[in-house]
Design a protein. Structure first.
Length: 159
């Protein structure tokens, strides 16, 4: 296929992919977890497929509650067993799609497991960081969520 034809077809291909996505996945729902230790440090993860540091999290599986997904993702990505997740906010994640939403949970009580799987294909590194010493490449959305919670600011509805 020549470049000119491909350029002309791209808008139609994009619309078709979007249409199929709406049929098969009308809305996506994910969770992120803000974990703070007794020193007030926050727990972050570095994924293999994204640059930077993020709050642990991922998609909510079919038949799973958001709170259960938050606990599962924390265990899978961070090797932490959390207790008593509390909902901190719901957000629209326009960066992923017009139909993606993220629930932010807070967890203050947790215990570590032995993460023998670290690092793996998904997670390259994990750690607790002081609020004034977050890694330079911590994502902007992660920094906003931490600031909103720590400073008691009104959450922005957009992730």
């Amino acid at each position: 296929m020549n470049d000119r034809l491909l350029r002309r077809l791209k808008p139609f291909i994009r619309r078709g992919v979007g249409f199929l996505a709406r049929l098969t996945r009308p809305m996506t729902l994910g969770v992120r977890v803000l974990v703070r230790d007794e020193a007030g440090r926050v727990f972050l993860v570095r994924h293999s497929y994204l640059p930077g540091w993020y709050l642990p999290g991922g998609g909510v599986d079919a038949g799973e509650t958001m709170a259960a997904a938050a606990l599962r993702e924390l265990r899978e990505e961070g090797g932490l067993i959390g207790e008593a997740p509390r909902l901190l906010g719901l957000y629209h994640n326009r960066r992923t799609s017009k139909r993606d939403h993220v629930a932010l949970y807070g967890i203050d009580r947790f215990r570590p497991t032995t993460p023998a799987w670290m690092p793996n294909a998904e997670i390259r590194a994990v750690g607790f960081f002081a609020l004034d010493a977050l890694p330079d490449d911590t994502s902007a959305a992660t920094r906003r969520r931490i600031r909103e919670v720590v400073e008691g600011l009104e959450p922005d509805e957009i992730w």
